[in-house]
Design a protein around this ligand. Sequence first.
Ligand code: WT7
Length: 657
Amino acid sequence: MAPETAGNETQALSNLLQENRRFEPPADLAAAANVTAAAYDEAAADRLAFWEGAAERLTWAKRWDKTLEWNPPFAKWFVGGELNVAYNCVDRHVEEGRGDKVAYYWEGEPEGDTRVLTYNDLKTEVAKAANALQELGVGKGDRVAVYMPMIPELPIAMLACARIGAIHSVVFGGFSAQALKSRIDDADAKLVITSDGGYRRGKPSALKPTVDEAVAECPQVEHVLVVRRTGEDVAIGEKDIWWHDLVDRQSDQHTAVPHDAEDPLYILYTSGTTGRPKGILHTTGGYLTQTAWTHHAVFDLKPETDIYWCTADIGWVTGHSYIVYGPLANGATSVIYEGTPDTPHRGRFWEIVQKYKVTLLYTAPTAIRTFMKWGDDIPAKYDMSSLRVLGSVGEPINPEAYVWYREHIGGERCPVVDTWWQTETGAVMISPLPGVTAAKPGAAMRPLPGIVADVVDDQGNSVPNGGGGFLVVREPWPSMLRTIWGDDQRYIDTYWSRFEGMYFPGDGAKKDEDGDLWLLGRVDDVMLVSGHNISTTEVESALVSHPKVAEAAVVGATDPVTGQGIVAFVILRGSVEESDDIAADLRNHVAKTLGPIAKPRQILVVPELPKTRSGKIMRRLLRDVAENRSIGDVTTLADSTVMNLISEKLPSAKQED
Ligand code: WT7
């Protein structure tokens, strides 16, 4: 886990990038903000009382007896409390007179293919689906694997599971049969919910054949419930049942029984680029408390007037927490989009913002850098004056991408909230508050009220302002993972063994002179150059701050002189021609921005970067290229041809000095 160190000498993570821009919260937003600076003081004075207040935003069938039971590293929150997550997300809004309010505007990828679901509609659909699951013999504690495209039946299936206390395990629809099989096996799921397929890049893309392949080797699966989405031919075998045959004939009445606050809600396997996937276990009371509160606080959600759109796939934790559970618990109106941002044209996202008058947008840096690459003229064609808060998640956002997002999407009026969290944390942990924080481009700023995070050195000592090191969380939080499914020891070893009594997420971070936090990427990616630990994030941000660069990925490659040498892969902006002096130009630019120590040894201009389907750069593969090795396992790449494109570029590698 720890970054390599030179001999016995330990070296803190270098703090190279200086950034002086600040963006104050808009005055009108600040004046009406859901959460003010007082929340930090309240939480600091009494953290547990603060989280109790957040829990009180939910409807409990039975109030908890004890807020936190902490047997490190095992936490129980709201002990003795009982609630039903689906009731909180759906029924209570109907009972309180908001049944006609839209829960989801669903936008299929084929243009004109849309559905609108009110909270009334959602209640009906979830009740029927819950009855259907029970008819199939699914009960409390049973595991249900869900492998679906971004269609309304996906959140409906999740809520139906939650309602009856079954544990869903959503597997991203882009994963292979092998990946699906191993997740079905690990969770021992008895039911799989899927569809014939979904739409992707203008074409139907089948899912059912992948499920057939996986389930053929999973005897524990009793049934496969299949939604008809594309209408393409699929094989219907003995275990298969059409959703419309089973669900449509169910009663629309279903009584939600309360579940214990610590009953499991779901398992979600981390998308980790190495090792066996880990089944991250989340439970009900604490998880819903923190997802709902953070959605209310970080987006300043006004459920009566806001239209919220999170562009993530529901197959990732971002979709679980901020398309399904958080927004629905808050009674929000959300947009769900099925497809890709370039179908049928590169303005599709902005067309959707314009069409639904989206006010709150939550997306990822990888998408933002892609939009930068496509050009400013595309978003400029759309009316996006409805937007008021912009969010970012998934990776460090480079200052240039942040500023571009603010300017070209947010019209320079919307605060950008850079939200740091993980599958394991369940909900946002470190983020600006849009009505409070004078945000710095590229910084996640401060732990949210109620979260105690810090940056420590190798020995676990808090680093002073201006220092870099390891991000840790010092106190348990409500939506924390409870364990790794079926493997408590791995939970302890992975997250709680690096630093005594602290949660270690695996990320590097620094505190600037004001004590604000900057995330520096995974510590496994940190480079050791002439005795300095240098973060890939800082060098990538320096490269992206050059006007010709759209995207950059940096790795450390073995170097006989310096230990590791910095090798940078860059994608140029749409209009820029590759020229002979570009490499020298960029190397000098980095040296000027960060100092000579960070000057890349080598710059490679490439057409694409290898990314996982969740948009994370696979540096492991780039290290293989940089060290002239044969390229390792590419099965989790979004596009497996990318590595060929990069290898073809190798002869033109520009090595200097
Ligand atoms: C890892 C978690 C959080 C939901 C989506 C990803 C990186 C995430 C940020 C951010 C810098 C970030 C971290 C983290 N990450 N958000 N705002 N700034 N890094 O969930 O797949 O579990 O990945 O993503 O490295 O540990 P995930």
